[in-house]
Design a protein around this ligand. Structure first.
Ligand code: NAD
Ligand code: ZN
Length: 363
């Protein structure tokens, strides 16, 4: 289809990521992503009425059996029980080893459907069809799949890279504004840690991105995925530098935990917490004389232009946030561990960060 761009994601099982308008109606492209006779489209009840028919129409052909599995939307549905129901749907479909799961949705659907594909008959293909900007630039690429347990987020899961990723930019037109902005925070993250020129580009194209212009979104998704793919290729199991992708996330996770994983209603959502977390990480970096004040201020200004929050919400206590960070899996015996900023486009993992500097950043 014209207007689509393609990126190869390497690793033990390379796959293609296609980005562009109209991909979900591209019957030829979809057919090339399938192997056997069985397809299960997993989606949620927000996305299904908006986009599932168009996809299923494009899939329909003799000899192919397509079924839908519609989950209730929301993070609190990313459970083992819902995962089990997807496996039951695969059983009802009579899915064989060459069946394909199509994950049509945001990161919740992608993680859950991907994990079901990883487990059905010890692993069948999943094709990721991300419908949120966050899923396009983050969760659909990299192969991590999971469900949450009562004890914590993403505790049960598997590394299961997709057979392909198709990011149809027109699908973002129905995405709520706040979800779009949340995805933009992760896009800014890639610029902040990998490419100063991309940060400049984001500043110049903020208007087009907020207007969901296909060309601007395609460029932002491709560049973000290229950075994620490169780092995932070098470190597929997160033993080293893949941790750079957690820039802003130590603070963000503490904020999210303190406000009790508030969904889109009260409190910050994940992308918003990451925006605040990146400004805090940049600020901590300036306190440790790693980064310059003016660079931190420019990062904050870019996030504000994209409509993202950049300051801690009132009512969150520095001591309580610090206590959360001590519990974060990124802390180790030597003290707190952070991804800190050394310059626009550069970050590094720093261990044994002084709690005092962190507290001053939070005050
Ligand atoms: P989500 O899947 O909950 O989607 C957000 C909301 O938008 C939902 O209500 C959904 O129904 C709705 N929606 C999705 N697409 C839409 C569209 N095109 N039009 C209208 N509404 C639409 O949330 P998310 O932010 O996409 O993903 C968050 C999840 O991703 C978390 O569970 C997180 O753990 C996971 N995640 C995984 C990875 C990974 O590497 N696997 C990385 C980052 C995040
Ligand atoms: Zn994130």
């Amino acid at each position: 289809m014209s207007g689509a761009s393609t990126l190869q994601v390497g690793g033990p099982r390379p796959y293609l990521l296609h980005v562009g308008p109209g991909l979900l109606s591209d019957a030829g492209l979809l057919a090339r992503c399938l192997r056997g006779r069985h397809v299960l489209v997993v989606t949620d009840d927000n996305v299904a009425p908006l986009h599932a028919d168009r996809l299923v129409d494009a899939l329909t052909r003799p000899g192919l059996t397509v079924a839908r599995h519609v989950l209730p939307a929301g993070e609190h549905e990313k459970t083992l029980a819902r995962f089990g129901e997807v496996l039951e749907s695969l059983a009802r479909l009579g899915a064989t080893r060459d069946a394909t799961v199509l994950a049509l949705g945001g990161g919740v659907v992608g993680d859950l459907a991907g994990f079901a594909a990883a487990c059905w008959m010890r692993g069948i293909d999943v094709v990721q069809l991300p419908t949120t900007l966050l899923a396009m630039v983050d969760s659909s690429v990299g192969g991590k799949t999971a469900v949450d347990l009562p004890a914590g987020k993403n505790l049960a899961g598997a590394f299961h890279p997709p057979a392909a990723v198709l990011a149809d930019t027109t699908i973002l037109r129905t995405l709520p504004e706040r979800e779009l902005r949340a995805g933009l925070a992760e896009v800014v993250k890639y610029g902040a840690i990998f490419d100063a020129g991309f940060l400049e580009w984001l500043g110049a194209n903020a208007g087009g991105l907020l207007a969901r212009d296909d060309a601007a979104v395609t460029e932002a998704v491709l560049r973000s995925c290229r950075y994620k793919a490169e780092v995932v290729e070098r470190d597929p199991y997160e033993r080293g530098e893949r941790a750079l992708l957690n820039f802003g996330h130590t603070f963000a996770h503490a904020i999210e935990a303190e406000q009790g994983y508030a969904a889109a209603g009260d409190g910050l959502n994940h992308g918003e917490a990451v925006a605040v977390g990146m400004v805090l990480a940049a600020d901590l970096s300036t306190r440790l004389r790693l980064a310059r004040n003016e660079d931190r201020d420019r990062l904050r200004a870019l996030l504000e232009r994209l409509g993202l929050p950049t300051a801690l919400p009132a009512g969150l206590k520095p001591g309580a946030l610090l206590a959360r960070m001590r519990l974060d899996k990124k802390a180790d015996a030597s003290g707190l561990r952070f991804i800190l900023w050394t310059a626009p486009g550069e970050a590094r993992i720093v261990t044994a960060v002084s709690e005092d500097a962190v507290l001053r950043t939070l005050e």
